[in-house]
Design a binder for this molecule. Structure first.
Ligand SMILES: [Fe+2]
Length: 147
C-alpha cells in the first residue's frame, strides 16, 4: 500500500493521489509519498504499553440504534485498547475513516472534553474499514477491520 501525506494538514491517501486534499483542499501537489507516515507496532500480536494506547480499536455494529431499518452500519473507533489520555499537552487530534482505502471522514477531537473515540453511521454493508488516528506527540497509527 502506497501512502501519500498532505504536507499542509497531514491527511493520508492510499495508493493514488486525489485531485485535492479532501481535508484542507490543498492541490494534489501538496502530497508527498511517505512510507513512514504511519507507525507500526513492533509485533502486532503483542503490543507494548505505548502501542496499546495508540493502535485504534474498531467496533462494527450492523444494528444501528440511531437509524434503525436503514441498513446503516455503525463504526466506532476508540484509541486504543488502553484509553489514550486527552490532556492539553498530549491528546488525539483526529481520527480519519476510510472504506476500501477511500477517505470518508475526519473527526476532530478536543482535549479534556472529548474521549479518544468517535463514531460514524455508514451507508455500506461490506468493505474494509481503515481508521487512522493522529496523536499530537506520537503521530499516526492505523487499524483495519472488515464490515
Ligand atoms: Fe500519544
Amino acid at each position: 500500500m502506497t501512502v501519500f501525506e498532505c504536507k499542509v494538514c497531514g491527511h493520508l491517501e492510499f495508493d493514488k493521489l486525489p485531485d485535492i486534499c479532501l481535508v484542507c483542499r490543498s492541490p494534489a501537489s501538496a502530497f508527498k509519498e511517505n512510507a513512514g507516515a504511519i507507525n507500526q507496532p513492533a509485533d502486532a500480536t503483542e503490543l507494548n504499553d505505548s502501542e496499546k494506547k495508540h493502535v485504534p480499536v474498531i467496533v462494527i455494529n450492523k444494528q444501528c440504534g440511531l437509524l434503525p431499518g436503514s441498513g446503516c452500519t455503525d463504526v466506532h473507533v476508540k484509541v486504543g485498547e488502553t484509553p489514550h489520555v486527552m490532556t492539553k499537552k498530549h491528546y488525539i487530534r483526529y481520527i480519519d475513516l476510510y472504506l476500501d482505502h477511500v477517505f470518508l471522514s475526519r473527526t476532530w477531537l478536543s482535549p479534556e472534553k472529548c474521549h479518544a473515540a468517535a463514531g460514524w453511521h455508514l451507508n455500506a454493508d461490506s468493505g474494509l474499514i481503515t481508521a487512522v488516528e493522529n496523536c499530537n506527540v506520537h503521530g499516526n497509527w492505523i487499524s483495519e477491520a472488515s464490515i
